[in-house]
Write a protein that binds this ligand. Structure first.
Ligand code: ADP
Ligand code: MG
Length: 561
């Protein structure tokens, strides 16, 4: 019907498309398949509201590779396009979108950094194809089928054609640099990454399954070849929480991470429609202190289309330790990370998620405290990290964050203050919280504190010195002291102290001798009021000295996390 030239201002946009998206060519498949999904969903809407008379029938999208012809085809049975529509949507609108993109990023030095988080819509096909064909039959039976062809330059042909079935075939003639996209394994990998939860069934080849026919003795196994549908069009997060059982969440977890054997501890089902649209399921994994943290397991989707699994800077850092899925219509698909990071909607979503996580933890704590306590060791790293990095979360966590003493009892911070307030104050009336970093190494000091009737907390997570400092900041009249520091003897004990095993005279002779053998600037020698039989004297490091050292070891911040 028409041969033409796309009206471009840029001389030739195609080399630029290829150059700019160089590092992330694979995105083209996501773009073409999401167009196919859009076309299918639009058709469903049109028939529902009576605008289209077509029989929906089977709507499966199909991906085919033909190694000999060197083509990759994406076929849908969606609403299709007439020649006029191809001209409007492909030649004019989509092209101007591509042009705008290229203009904007043409002279950005950090091209590579932006790339990978962009899709370029339909024209991204030219990253991997030397020629692209569109063959489309509109749902409107009166329209003739359209055939469009373009060889990666501003020239194209558009003519009427024959196509039996409704819908669109996008045929990519793969260029010689991109032959990997003719490999079944490579395509399967991409389908798994981008399309696993798209809302329309996607077929890629066939597979053999074994079916059991009949029952009991007569049962027969039969092999059968069926379509290989690579996606689950109705993933758990799109369902109502009320329709899901605990087991369903676990099944979904395995679907998300087929190579993980660990089970999650619990889940949080996010379901918001106001003031923004957000669904998702987050899982709390087991995180042992000192365990290597596995970040970036949360996957971000937009209407079931995978966007990214790198949420750094998009959700608060501590949440990147959780697992699961977040899906929002309000998250723009074809934009850069820096855009996502500064986007208002994304910011709101992020603070909402933080709140939801706190609410869930609070609920678990209230509903079954024993159970919550039993999980605490596996979740505390994430929570403590959250408390340190997010002020609001710190405030919310006061209700459920637990502190364990060396005897294995759990307290909230308020409960613990209450427990020790009458016994563990110094001469200025300051509350002194004694703690040990580990039970075994500090055994004799713990025993000594217990003998005096004090309680000792077990503070053994990797960021504990920061957490204690944070707690001291928000509780003015309170200080932490490690059980082997000198502070313990500055405590005012109400009961009579136990008599020392050493006489006054012995102490006076011994002390200078011991002190003479250690560096006084670094250590304190304690001999008075010893109650333990095992240790006639103790050499300790003053609390402030030790903490200075610890803080400098963890870099004074959370960088080491
Ligand atoms: P976007 O999807 O953001 O609109 P694209 O460049 O991906 O931009 O696609 C441009 C337009 O081409 C779409 O809006 C749609 O109108 C049309 N289109 C692309 N693929 C198909 C398809 N498979 N079926 C019907 N229309 C399509
Ligand atoms: Mg698109």
């Amino acid at each position: 019907m028409s041969n033409g030239k796309i009206n471009v201002t840029a001389d030739n946009i195609f080399p630029i498309i290829k150059k700019f998206l160089y590092s992330d060519h694979e995105i083209f498949l996501r773009e073409l398949i999401s167009n196919a999904v859009d076309a299918t969903l639009k058709l469903k809407t049109l028939t529902r509201i009576g605008e289209s008379k077509t029989e929906l029938g089977d709507l499966t999208i199909e991906i085919k590779i033909d190694k000999e012809a060197k083509t990759l085809t994406v076929s849908d049975k969606g609403l299709g396009m007439s020649t006029e529509e191809v001209d409007k949507y492909i030649n004019q609108l989509a092209f101007s979108g591509a042009e705008e993109f290229v203009k904007k990023y043409e002279d950005k030095a950090d091209g590579a950094a932006i790339i990978g988080h962009f899709g370029l819509g339909f024209y991204s096909a030219f990253m991997v194809a030397k020629k692209v064909e569109i063959l489309s039959q509109s749902h409107n039976a009166e329209a003739k089928a359209a055939h469009w062809e373009c060889e990666g330059d501003p020239e194209f042909t558009l003519e009427e054609a024959e196509k039996a079935e409704r819908g669109t075939d996008i045929i990519l003639h793969i260029n010689d640099d991109s032959l990997e996209f003719l490999e079944e394994a490579r395509i399967r990998e991409l389908l798994n990454k981008y399309c696993k939860f798209l809302p329309v069934p996607i077929k890629f080849g066939t597979k053999e399954i074994t079916e059991t026919l009949g029952e009991g003795e007569d049962a027969k196994e039969e092999k059968k070849v069926v379509d290989d549908i690579i996606n689950n069009p109705v993933p758990a997060w799109t369902k109502a929480p009320g329709d899901l059982k605990d087991e369903d969440y676990k099944t979904f977890y395995r679907e998300l991470y087929p190579h993980t054997f660990e089970e999650p501890l619990f889940h949080i089902h996010l379901n918001v429609d106001y003031p923004f649209d957000l669904t998702g399921i987050l899982f709390f994994p087991r995180v042992k202190p000192n365990m290597e943290l596995n970040r970036n397991k949360i996957q971000l989707y937009q209407n079931q289309v995978f966007v990214t699994d790198n949420l750094e800077g998009i959700v608060p850092d501590f949440l990147t330790m959780l697992h699961g899925v977040i899906d929002s219509k309000d998250i723009p698909l074809n934009v850069s990370r820096s855009y996502l990071q500064s986007d208002g909607a994304v910011k709101k979503i992020s603070s909402h998620i933080t709140k939801k996580v706190a609410d869930k933890l609070d609920e678990l704590f209230k509903n079954d405290r024993k159970d919550f306590e039993s999980k605490w060791d596996d979740i505390k790293v994430i929570i403590e990290y959250g408390m340190l990095s997010d002020e609001k979360f710190f405030a919310r966590a006061q209700k459920f964050a637990l502190y364990q003493n060396v005897k294995g009892e759990y307290f909230t911070f308020e409960e613990y203050k209450e427990k020790v307030k009458d016994l563990q104050t110094d001469k200025d009336g300051k509350l002194v919280m004694l703690y040990a970093a580990h039970k075994d190494g500090q055994h004799s000091f713990i025993k000594r504190a217990h003998d005096k009737g004090y309680d000792v907390l077990l503070m053994d997570s990797p960021i504990v010195s920061h957490l204690m400092q944070r707690l001291e900041t928000s509780n003015e009249n309170l200080t932490f002291a490690r059980v082997d520091s000198d502070s313990i003897d500055k405590l005012i004990k109400k009961d009579e102290d136990q008599p020392s095993k050493l006489t006054e005279e012995q102490i006076n002779t011994l002390k200078p001798i011991i002190e003479g053998s250690v560096d006084k600037a670094k250590f304190t020698v304690m001999m008075e009021n010893l109650s333990s039989d095992e240790s006639p004297f103790i050499i300790t490091v003053p609390e402030f000295m030790r903490r200075m050292k610890e803080m400098s070891m963890t870099g004074g911040g959370m960088m080491g996390m």
